[in-house]
Design a protein around this ligand. Structure first.
Ligand SMILES: Nc1ncnc2c1ncn2[C@@H]1O[C@H](COP(=O)(O)OP(=O)(O)OP(=O)(O)O)[C@@H](O)[C@H]1O
Length: 197
């Protein structure tokens, strides 16, 4: 369970987040909608500890593990896909190759492809970013503009994956400026002028 309470954040004197408060219950799928620059990534960076809020608190359960796709994920550009995902999962001693290969196949990525990630398209990199956010069986999943660069078929695969993860009890927040028609959310929040409601 994730509890975000009265988070505020300023950049250069400008209020980006004002008393942002919400809960994410186990198994809940939440959408945060906001235009470019509204502060969606900033909320995720604060939840994951990349940024500190000016005020407010983030509470996670003792057994919660957060997976996140935020902005453009970084990879080892000269290594192939599986090496990259193994490296990331190994950092937490949590490499499950069978699950990673299953996820890659769902997204039409070839696990045997030895091309370096530098040669991957924007959409292919985005798929890797989604995979790294869920491949360690993380129970709280934060996805920032996850469908950026994905073609229609891949967006449908993404929507099916999200509904599967929800059915498996994962708690998920998707932040985006638009809707994915095939996803039904439990809760829809809007981020406008730093306020989430
Ligand atoms: N490190 C930073 N320093 C200064 N300003 C920042 C910083 N990070 C974000 N901002 C500003 O805070 C505001 C919110 O940015 P943020 O990236 O959270 O928005 P977003 O909703 O995720 O945008 P997008 O949909 O374009 O990704 C923007 O005005 C941005 O310029």
């Amino acid at each position: 369970m994730l509890k975000v309470e009265k988070i505020t954040k300023k950049f250069k004197g400008v209020d980006v987040l004002k008393d942002v408060t919400f809960n994410l219950e186990p198994g809940q799928l939440v959408h945060i909608r906001g235009i470019n620059g509204s502060g969606k990534s900033t909320i995720f960076k604060i939840i994951t500890g990349l940024l500190k809020p000016a005020t407010g608190t983030i509470m996670l359960g003792d057994n919660d593990v957060v997976g996140a796709l935020i902005e453009n994920p970084g990879f080892l550009e000269f290594e192939d896909v599986l090496t990259n995902l193994r490296f990331l999962a190994d950092l937490n001693h949590n490499y499950n190759e069978a699950y990673i290969i299953e996820l890659m196949k769902k997204f039409q990525l070839d696990p045997a492809n030895k091309q370096p990630v530098a040669k991957y398209s924007i959409g292919m990199r985005q798929k890797l970013g989604i995979i790294q956010a869920i491949m360690e069986n993380q129970n709280i999943i934060l996805l920032d503009e996850p469908t950026r660069g994905l073609d229609v078929e891949s967006i449908n695969q993404f929507a099916a994956l999200i509904m599967e993860l929800k059915a498996a009890g994962k708690s998920i927040i998707v932040a985006s400026h638009d809707d994915v028609a095939a996803i039904t959310y439990d809760q829809q929040l809007q981020l406008v002028d730093g306020c989430l409601s």
